[in-house]
Design a protein around this ligand. Structure first.
Ligand code: NAD
Length: 278
């Protein structure tokens, strides 16, 4: 059982994409730590389910239907949170994902390719995926930044990916956006360092979740050849489970552990990022 972090009690965490597979696990843990949770999600119903599970365990949470790509929608969410909870201490930028319009069929270009090539990628599909994974984080930082600066030990945690270090095949828009997240995390950390706002990121390795299930698991439940390549390149030889992210999350969120840590992206990946393949 993870110990309780007294510093986090009564503080307010805003989690975009907070009803997703990875961030709902973070929401439940932060609620268990005594934080008040605001789930900001496109789909309020999904957010409400996470809120109910938090309340059933004795925690406090609200769900607000929010589009991270719409600044006014984020401003409305901020106003509602300040009305209900009065403050913001932690922002987790978890809204993200991929779309078939921004994914190539082959991993590498060869003659006689079948399926969607690089040249077939749809411009809108590409820019939508880039925006969701980058601009959505930028806008949320802008909208919640001033409220965060009023907190005693404010922090932002962005969610990157293995594709933020070295691009993964097939997903150029997502990879470019996550590389931008690593870069922006550093930029923002430097920008706000003297005002006490720490900005870091977590880069999850490979977790079988709703958004990547089709790339990783065949209809018959077997691992795809892509999954087999991932596992071969992961020294721990397994996929991550959402709870594997919680240690890094609490380390970054609690300033008694990480008050001098800003501008970092921490891989939680079973060694994938460290392994050269040889
Ligand atoms: P998920 O699809 O379960 O959750 C993403 C959430 O974001 C969903 O609840 C979705 O409704 C919400 N969302 C989408 N568009 C939105 C918008 N415009 N405004 C507000 N909310 C929106 O995904 P997940 O697998 O839990 O991933 C969470 C984060 O972790 C993402 O940033 C993802 O890129 C990243 N990540 C995931 C993996 C993995 O293996 N699953 C690996 C590395 C990084």
């Amino acid at each position: 059982m993870i110990p309780i972090h007294e510093n986090l009690k009564e503080r307010v965490a805003v989690i975009t994409g907070g009803s997703g597979v990875l961030c709902s696990e973070m929401a439940r843990e932060l609620a268990r730590q005594g934080m008040k949770i605001a789930i900001l999600n496109l789909n309020a119903e999904k957010g409400q389910k996470v809120v109910e599970s938090i309340k059933q365990s004795g925690g406090e949470a609200i769900s607000i239907s929010t589009n991270v790509l719409n600044k006014q929608s984020l401003i409305n969410a901020r106003e509602e949170i300040l009305k209900q909870f009065g403050r913001v201490d932690l922002l987790i930028n978890g809204a993200g994902g991929n779309h078939p319009d921004a994914i190539t069929a082959p991993e590498e270009s060869v003659q006689e390719i079948e399926g969607k090539t690089f040249f077939d990628l749809d411009e809108k599909g590409f820019s939508d995926v880039f925006s969701l994974n980058f601009t959505g984080t930028f806008l949320a930082c802008q909208v919640f930044g001033q409220a965060l600066l009023k907190a005693e030990a404010p922090t932002i945690i962005n969610i990157s990916s293995m594709s933020g270090y070295t691009p993964l095949t097939k997903i150029p828009a997502y990879s470019a956006a996550k590389a931008s997240i690593n870069n922006f995390t550093e930029w923002l950390a430097v920008h706000f360092a003297q005002e006490g706002l720490r900005v870091n990121a977590i880069a999850p390795g490979f977790f079988v979740t709703t958004q990547n299930k089709d790339l990783l698991v065949e209809a018959n439940g077997e691992y795809t050849s892509r999954s087999k390549k991932i596992l071969a390149a992961t020294p721990m030889k397994k996929f991550g489970e959402p709870q594997h992210l919680l240690g890094a999350l609490l380390f970054l969120a609690d300033e008694s552990y990480s008050s001098f840590v800003t501008g970092t992206t921490i891989p939680v990946d079973g060694g994938f990022n460290a392994y050269s393949g040889v």
